[in-house]
Design a protein. Structure first.
Lengths: 541, 524
């Protein structure tokens, strides 16, 4: 059963080769652990992605807190420099590949078939395999802390020759990147096929939900960029063990070539993380403004432009490597150009709210938090795009602040918005609104206390990836560390909210459509969504 | 920066409260705060390029602040006025070609306005033409090497903050982690061009006040320039993650007035023996020390600032998978020549750098210490004179004069090791038979020798490293020797005075730079 032929009423997507008589889907299900090992159901797989992602988020978060604890004051207190470098490296990789990307694949799994009126994802078994590749990769990453030499310590960017020097933790990371890349590519193929082929009749491309549009574009970005990363780390591997010299000048190679290849993947990766988040925001803001999304067509074009531009700006991460002057100028102009479609999107969201009928439930609050923080991160991105300014700020805490504003705000805040927005559909219960709001304000304030001072640290000259610093940086580091611990505890609070929601602690059962302004097919099925939905294509007006 | 005061290492409640207070002030005075002197902004510029960077940052930050306030003003107005709770009914408009075109075009023009000064600054920043002096900067794990290539000397610049301050057992000084033993010294007002490269991994040389941050890339040369406006000491850090001690690798530049610089330059030339005849006596520590004397001295080097224990650990156990253990090591417990060569030359492709900038006595001390510590009990140990010989191809430098034991030999400058003296050596790149760029000094030494005595002859012998098959290496060694002969003939030496002498052992056993060489010896 490679794909589900659309419109076949008796297809039972979740059961592989079993033959069924169409009305009796549930009693063959394996139970317990085997249910999840063997499942091909998009809802089960979506949930597994989301739980996996949260587990990795907590792991990466613990690493971040160890880093912040060491940086609380000058001097070396709790971590040796080598261990510190391992933590910064793994924090980056775990958060990007383990937490953010799987979270949005989880949302896609859960919501795309519901939004498109499809019975399941197009390749249901491959879907299972793309998920189950992830836990081994996670074990390789976390396990690398316990091998001789410890985890990779060359930064998540893995620049050679430093990454050539490292111990076997680096090989484990390379292997993990290969596995996670394969998983992403399979997930992307599945998403593209599902969106292009399994839409309910009448849902033309220009009537797709925005979340589906942004994921469609993201999936193409993934397919184009992941093999590039796989190639780069494979070359690292052969340089390390098989005597090649791709990145070693003594053998005719060039260490900077790695950076070009890495960032040719790395910059699209930024948008792989941001675009699905844009999609979530584009669904939620209209729902709570009770007004259709402003400029649907220009949103689609802006998303596509951002995706295309993302492939031609990579060397703005490399202004200090000694690019030719013309290269610096070109990459500066191209990078600045991305501000145009991004600004379009921000303006479109504002215009959606303008003269709407706005209410501020938790999902909307997280969207507004996203807008605020992401715009700030966008502005610092513009500052960093200017080559002469970047020369002063490259590899300082200013950059750390910048990418946490776009990544944490761009991905994490919109992921929280998505969880609050769609959890009634998943659990059948409303979350507790008051707790959700506390989670929002707690996160927003703690986030800014953590990361805003990092702008000042960077400007004042504190480099990133150092375990110790001069006393002039003490105060802001203390503030940032306090903020980080507050932000961390806020996420434990979030976990409590999730458990309480699943347990129905609010006492409010979710109706099929809990948000009066929400649009889309996902709100036409009951809450919680039955195990199988849309076995016949729904009507789409 | 003038408001900086020396602080204690321990965090005080006061500084915490001050931090929190600043954050409060910050939210109220966001735009202003970025320009106040609270260590929130770029350091004051000390060069025209840094000034342009500073001004550009100020300009764009203000533009962003204005747009930010405008956009979010609109959003907050909408959140306030268009609330359902206020009874606002939703309009249903969802597009407007005019508005959408406008907010695409207007940002474009704002960007153009930003691009203009930015481009101007890039043109300036990259114009390294017509420098008044050139310094070669080499990044090592974890120190900087500065070579004054036109003045013939060079030295290393290493963190000078004591380990006790880092480990919190001493209170920290004002320039904690931003201080070095030998800063880069330049004259004020001169256009200084830096040629940057690295020995092991990528480093990045950064001094904010001078507006220079340039990666130093092993195997390649990049350039950067600055012209300091005012004398003073300017501090920065390595800005590219370069391994374990990345945070402990400051870049410090001392800008002196021209007069002060000239005095300093003369002192350095004196110190490194620049300009003295090539074969004047080289001070060599020929004293024979007892093992205990060397162990005691070696312990201070091993455990000192920038000492071996940084990687190999005080326990000699190293860090598994990263830095090899010395305790039980084959090299440390093996023949002394192996360890001598490793200390002098380092090991390519690893963090083990060359330590030939240390004195012979330091190196002999480290060797004796490591061979007698932990479980190591190697019988053999080396005297300083063994290192002096190893530096010079196995023989005592010509005319080496016994130095008094009290005065250890000067640290050899990074670029001027064994320069000029006979026998001269020329080191070739892997697999290459072309003369390397730095061959001139050795050739000059040979020429001086030949021109000094009309009847003198020389022997030329080529070697290769041990990689590759024997036939190829034999050919390569020969071609290297021929290349050197051709260069000498081109300099006017009759070919009858040059004897091509085949080596006893082509590879010389090693696999490092020292092995890929041509030796020029006084003829027999």
């Amino acid at each position: 059963m490679a794909s589900v032929p659309h419109g076949a009423p008796h297809t039972t997507p979740a059961h592989g080769d079993h033959t069924h008589d169409g009305h009796d889907d549930h009693h063959h299900l394996p139970t317990g652990l085997m249910r999840y090992v063997t499942t091909t159901n998009h809802k089960d797989i979506g949930s597994m992605y989301l739980w996996f992602s949260f587990a990795m988020f907590i792991s990466g978060g613990i690493m971040a807190l160890l880093i912040r604890a060491e940086l609380f004051q000058p001097g070396l207190q709790i971590l040796e420099p080598e261990r510190f470098n391992q933590l910064t490296t793994l924090h980056g990789i775990v958060m990007i590949f383990g937490a953010i990307m799987p979270a949005f694949v989880g949302f896609a799994n859960w919501m795309l078939p519901l939004q498109l009126g499809a019975p399941d994802m197009a390749f249901a078994r491959m879907n299972n395999w793309s998920f189950w590749l992830l836990p081994p990769a996670a074990i390789l990453l976390i396990g690398s802390f316990f091998v001789p030499g410890g985890a990779a310590a060359g930064g998540w960017t893995l620049y050679p020759p430093l990454s050539i020097q490292a111990g076997m933790g680096m090989d484990m990371m390379i292997f993990a990147v290969h596995i996670m890349g394969a998983s992403s590519i399979m997930g992307s193929i599945n998403i593209i096929t599902t969106i292009l082929n399994l839409r309910t009749p009448g849902m033309t491309m220009m009537r797709l939900p925005m979340f589906a549009w942004t994921w469609l574009i993201t999936a193409f970005l993934l397919i184009a960029s992941m093999p590039v990363l796989a190639g780069a780390v494979t070359m690292l591997l052969t340089d390390r063990h098989f005597g090649t010299t791709f990145f070693n000048a003594a053998g005719g190679g060039d260490p900077v070539m790695f950076q070009h290849i890495f960032w040719f993947f790395g910059h699209p990766e930024v948008y792989i993380i941001a675009l699905p988040a844009f999609g979530v925001i584009s669904q939620i803001i209209p729902a709570f403004s009770r007004k259709p999304l402003f400029g649907y067509a220009s949103m689609v074009y802006a998303t596509a432009s951002i995706a295309i531009l993302s492939f031609i700006v990579w060397a703005h991460h490399m202004y200090t490597t000694g690019l030719p002057m013309a290269g610096q100028i070109y990459f500066m102009y191209a990078t600045m150009l991305i501000a145009v479609p991004t600004a379009c999107k921000i303006f479109n969201w504002l215009a959606t709210m303008w003269r709407g009928s706005i209410t501020l439930e938790t999902p909307m609050l997280f969207c507004l938090g996203f807008l605020f923080l992401f715009t700030l991160g966008g502005f610092t991105g513009l500052v960093l795009a200017l080559t002469p300014v970047d020369i002063q700020l490259q590899d300082t805490y200013y950059v750390v602040a910048h990418f946490h504003y776009v990544m944490v705000a761009g991905a994490l805040f919109s992921a929280f918005a998505a969880v609050y927005y769609w959890s009634p559909k998943w659990t059948g219960w409303m979350y507790e609104e008051k707790l959700g709001k506390i989670h929002f304000w707690w996160s927003l304030i703690a986030f800014n206390v953590t990361f805003f001072p990092m702008h000042f640290l960077g400007l004042a000259g504190m480099p990133r990836r150092i375990p110790d610093y001069n006393m002039q940086f003490t105060e802001w580091n203390m503030v940032a560390s306090i903020g980080a611990f507050a932000f961390g505890t806020a996420q434990i609070f979030f976990l409590v909210i999730v458990f309480r929601t699943i347990a129905g602690k609010s006492g409010i059962r979710a109706p099929a459509k809990p948000w009066d302004g929400a649009e889309g097919l996902e709100w036409t099925v009951p809450s919680p969504a039955p195990y199988h939905t849309f076995e016949t294509p729904p009507a789409f007006k | 920066m003038s408001k900086l005061s020396v602080r204690n290492a321990a965090p005080t409640l006061k500084s915490l409260v001050a931090g929190a207070g600043r954050l409060g002030a910050l939210t109220a005075l966001l735009p202003m705060a970025a320009f106040a002197d609270w260590r929130m902004n770029l350091k004051p510029a000390n060069s025209s390029v840094a000034q342009q960077m500073f001004d550009l940052h100020t300009l764009i930050t203000w533009i962003c602040v204005v747009i930010f306030v405008g956009v979010f003003g609109v959003m907050f107005y909408s959140l306030y006025a268009h609330r359902k709770s206020k009874g606002h009914k939703a309009a249903q408009f969802h597009e407007s070609a005019t508005v959408e075109a406008l907010w695409t075009i207007i940002p474009f023009f704002i960007l153009l306005a930003m691009a203009f000064p930015a481009t101007k600054a890039i043109l300036d920043m990259r114009d390294s033409s017509a420098p008044e002096m050139t310094i070669k900067v080499t990044g090592y794990q974890w120190k900087w090497g500065y070579d004054y290539i036109h003045d013939g000397f060079g030295y290393l610049s290493t963190l000078s903050t004591p380990l006790a301050q880092i480990k919190n057992s001493e209170s920290k000084g004002e320039n904690y982690l931003l201080e070095v033993d030998n800063p880069l010294v330049v004259p004020v007002g001169k256009k200084v061009r830096l040629l940057l490269t690295a020995n092991d991994v990528i480093h990045s040389w950064w001094v904010q006040a001078l507006g220079v941050k340039q990666d130093a890339i092993p195997g390649f040369i990049r350039d950067a320039w600055f012209r300091a406006d005012r004398p003073g000491i300017y501090r920065g850090n390595c800005a590219e993650l370069c391994g374990k001690e990345h945070g402990f690798m400051p870049t410090v530049v001392e800008v002196k007035t021209q007069a002060d610089y000239d005095v300093w330059l003369a002192a350095q030339k004196e110190k490194y023996g620049v300009g003295k005849a090539a074969n004047t006596a080289v001070a060599v520590d020929t004293k024979t020390y007892t093992r205990d004397e060397l162990i005691a001295h070696g312990k201070t080097v091993y455990e000192g600032v920038g000492g071996c224990q940084g990687c190999h650990q005080p326990t000699g156990k190293g860090i598994a998978g990263q830095f090899p253990a010395l305790d039980g090591s084959k090299v440390v417990n093996g023949p002394k020549d192996g360890q001598v060569a490793l200390l002098l030359n380092g090991k390519a492709g690893t963090a083990m750098a060359s330590f030939k900038h240390l004195t012979d006595k330091d190196l002999a001390g480290v060797m004796a210490y490591t061979r007698s510590s932990w479980s190591n009990k190697a019988a053999e140990f080396a005297q300083p004179i063994d290192f002096a010989k190893a530096r010079n191809g196995g023989v005592l430098p010509a005319g080496a004069a016994p130095a008094t034991a009290a005065a250890p030999s000067e640290a050899a400058p990074a670029s001027a090791t064994a320069s000029g003296a006979m026998p001269a050596k020329i080191y070739f790149a892997t697999g290459k038979k072309e003369m390397p760029g730095d061959a001139k000094e050795s050739l000059d030494a040979a020429l001086t020798f030949l021109k000094g005595k009309a009847d003198a002859k020389i022997d030329i012998t080529g070697y290769t490293d041990k990689t590759g098959n024997q036939a190829t290496n034999l050919e390569l060694a020969k071609e290297r020797a021929l290349a050197v002969r051709a260069a000498l003939v081109a300099a006017g030496i009759g070919s009858d005075r040059i004897n091509m002498k085949p080596p006893a052992e082509i590879t010389g056993g090693g696999d490092n730079k020292a092995a890929r060489r041509v030796e020029i010896n006084a003829g027999t």
